[in-house]
Design a protein around this ligand. Structure first.
Ligand SMILES: Cc1cc2nc3c(=O)[nH]c(=O)nc-3n(C[C@H](O)[C@H](O)[C@H](O)COP(=O)(O)O)c2cc1C
Length: 191
């Protein structure tokens, strides 16, 4: 498939349908190399990636539980279990964070956040091109200091997304997408 076909057929896979096998070391490396091509004003390289797979997933599930209980001591068992289940089931989770240089003379924080988001999307697309399914999620954990610290990030890092990647059970059908004309004007000069 060429890149336009990959983009046009991209869909997020609900994490519940993602399972083994996960990407190999070489494939993971390739996904991260794809991330390095993200447009990046000033070559700030604001993105940081935290890879969680194998046995570490159980510990990440535990970290999410701790964070949830700190935020909501009365969280119900189903909510707690959901994080753990996701970490047990999906073979690979990559946290994409933006380490923003706030006093950069040329590149405002928003641009650094965009670059990090584009890196995240590059990973998802590279994974899809290799036949894997994936999804980008955030939720309250993305804004939680305990999660950031537990994952080895700085409190000032901004988690852009948690990427969940694995083999999708069943066929991933392309979705009907909106007509781009609804979001587009052709500017032909001042009115
Ligand atoms: C930064 C970011 C965070 C997201 N977080 C969530 C999330 O926490 N939960 C969710 O259901 N979808 C989330 N989404 C949306 C999904 O990743 C996905 O785009 C959406 O389910 C639509 O599916 P599609 O990508 O196949 O169109 C997020 C998207 C972005 C860009």
């Amino acid at each position: 498939m060429n890149v336009t076909e990959i983009l046009k057929t991209r869909v997020s896979a609900p994490w519940r349908i993602l399972g083994e096998p996960g990407p190999s070391d070489a494939e993971l490396r390739e996904f991260l190399e794809a991330a390095m091509t993200a447009p990046d004003h000033g070559a700030v390289r604001p993105w940081r990636f935290v890879v969680v797979r194998g046995a570490a997933r159980e510990a990440a599930g535990k970290l999410f539980t701790e964070a949830l209980l700190k935020r909501k001591p009365d969280a119900d068992e189903a909510t707690i279990e959901k994080d753990r289940e996701r970490m047990r089931q999906v073979p690979l989770m990559i946290t994409v964070a933006a380490r923003i240089t706030h006093d950069h003379p040329k590149v405002p924080p928003a641009e650094q956040l965009v670059a990090s988001g584009l890196a995240a999307q590059a990973i998802l697309l590279a994974a899809q091109a290799k036949g894997y399914g994936g999804v980008m999620l955030t939720g309250d954990h993305a804004y939680d200091a305990h999660v950031k610290q537990g994952l080895g990030l700085r409190e000032t890092d901004e988690i852009v997304a948690f990427l969940y990647i694995g083999t999708a059970a069943g066929e991933q059908r392309p979705k009907k997408r909106p007509d781009p004309a609804k979001f587009t004007i052709e500017w032909t000069g001042p009115a």
